[in-house]
Ligand binder design. Sequence first.
Ligand SMILES: [Zn+2]
Length: 281
Amino acid sequence: MLRTLLLVLLIVAPARAAELDLDPRLQARLESLMAGRPGAVLVYRLGDGAVRAAVRPRVAFGQAHPPGSVAKIVTASALLESRVLPAGFAVNCTNHVTIAGRGYTCGYPGGHGKVDLKGALERSCSIFFYVAGQRLADPAWRRAAASFGLGSASAPYPGAAAGRAVLPTARRARTLALAGEGGTVLLSPWQAAVLIERVLEGRHGLLREALVGAVLRGTGKGAGDAGGKTGTAEIAPRRTLGWFAGWTPARAPRYVVVVFLESASGHDAALLAGRVIRVLK
Ligand SMILES: [Zn+2]
């Protein structure tokens, strides 16, 4: 298995293959955690950028999928960078909103109530992103996406899946895309790991605080001593992909952990990330 893994990585990652530093024991334990569960797991060490484990590397590096609400990190970053939200900006989520005559729902029964940007990321409130996203200019979102390496074949491994980062022009599709819905944004698990690393390196402490809050109080519950964002991407009726992209420990990040599961929810991925993180301790 390890030989296959290295072979795949050498194919997809000629430029940085030397930075692979797989831990065979960790790899074996994570493979057993993922037995019978289609998807991928990546553990990436911060600082030296070594990949310590990659369960199903063809999926982890070579496949891009809709990230669901993980994409809210990009929109949140664009909102912060472009400073289009006044101080104290909040949205009252009643689970439904009408924008330009079209209805949108949040997916959280009863609604989240009043949420600001931090609360909206923590609790993954789509209504906030639908409403706040109307203030955002397309280039600001594209800049944020590019800064995270989305839609780029060269970032970070040449030859790895480039994914997609397209903001539709039609208003409804655009509004949905800003909250991570629709198929216009596609990420590989590896790109999700890089996104998290860039959140940790970035200048917006609010993003990091929100993602720590997401695990403490929000959708990432079950991931343990971590910060991170879940995503549940609907790809067909009653068929979803589950994501968790985050880091551990929450207050002294050492590893980026990404869990991608087919036929699962973001909650399932957060629970599996919790098991991965217990192995890392
Ligand atoms: Zn909401």
